[in-house]
Write a protein that binds this ligand. Structure first.
Ligand SMILES: [Zn+2]
Length: 298
């Protein structure tokens, strides 16, 4: 384990915020802390980069796999299909066809495949060998190893996307600085992350599935991510809700809370997922997950 001595964004002091269990792999407990200065929440102590691999080894860890057997897995796959079209639409709204796009943490490569089909010069980078194999076999697409992102030409990329990826990266500031150097002037950085200020986070507390410790190293609010990205030379242009995430996260949280997902939990999950979105629209503008669109400055 590595224990952080200061906030990973601004190096200030921090306090313990909540203790959560790793429900999917190890059953171990981890503390989520909160910075007193910038408000960033982060997991510490956390597995070091070299030892975190084993915390990703589970049949339940479905974000890379294309084989989903249980109900949640099937729902997740169907929603993901739809979500990919929404993501491609967002790219089309921001940058013209033919532009160079990079997807970091490309997983099974489905998003990159759809970008290419829509006329973009898209490439994906991914640390997991297994996910890259799935990309090759299931989607017939070549996804590069993450190290090869270093070889991308400076100031050549119009838009870089990180879909539920930034919260997994150990070297946070180094990665943001690399991204900054690869983007063209005025290029876009799109980051999707869960939001610990959402209604579902507050409702489920330590059972909130999107804490997902220790794989999620950071738990960004709109305020803390905006501050961090400003330090790295990015300005927030727009924040959008990811409306399906609340239901998915609420269903998983119900499962963690009671150890099963039968009808009562299913109904409660659907209800609180819905309420989370209603709450976001009507009152707080905080949704289960957000998409942040940043623009490179200077
Ligand atoms: Zn801080």
């Amino acid at each position: 384990m590595e224990e952080l001595k200061g906030c990973p964004a601004c190096e200030s002091n921090f306090n313990a915020f909540i203790t959560c269990k790793d429900f999917t792999v190890s059953g171990e407990y981890f503390t989520v802390n909160q910075c007193v200065e910038c408000g960033l929440k982060f997991t510490s102590p956390r597995p070091a980069e070299a030892e975190i691999g084993r915390y990703y080894q589970s049949q339940d860890y479905i974000s890379h796999s294309n084989k989903n057997n249980d109900g949640i897995g099937k729902l997740y796959a169907a929603v993901r299909q739809f979500a990919v079209y929404q993501k491609v639409k967002l790219i089309m709204y921001l940058v013209p066809r033919g532009s160079q796009i990079v997807d970091l943490g490309a997983g099974n490569g489905y998003f990159v495949k759809q970008l290419k089909a829509s006329g973009y010069n898209a490439s994906g980078f991914e640390p997991s060998d297994d996910a890259r194999k799935v990309a090759q076999t299931d989607f017939d697409i070549e996804i590069e190893a993450l190290e090869r992102f270093q070889e991308v030409e400076m100031q050549s990329v119009k838009c870089i996307t990180l879909w539920h990826v930034l919260e997994h990266i150990h070297s946070l500031k180094k990665t943001l600085s690399d991204i900054h150097s690869k983007l063209t002037a005025g290029g876009y950085l799109i980051i999707a992350v869960p939001n610990p200020e959402s209604y579902d986070a507050k409702h489920y507390k330590e059972y909130w599935a999107a804490y997902d410790v220790p794989r999620h190293l950071y738990h960004f609010s709109a305020g803390s991510i905006t501050k961090l990205l400003a330090q790295s030379g990015f300005q927030l242009k727009e924040k959008k809700p990811m409306l399906f995430d609340s239901t998915y996260v609420a269903l998983l949280s119900e499962k963690y809370k009671s150890g099963k997902l039968s009808l009562p939990q299913l109904l409660k999950g659907l209800w609180f997922g819905f309420i989370s979105n209603v709450n976001g629209f009507l009152f707080t503008k905080n949704f289960s997950s957000h998409i942040y669109i940043f623009k490179k400055q200077n």
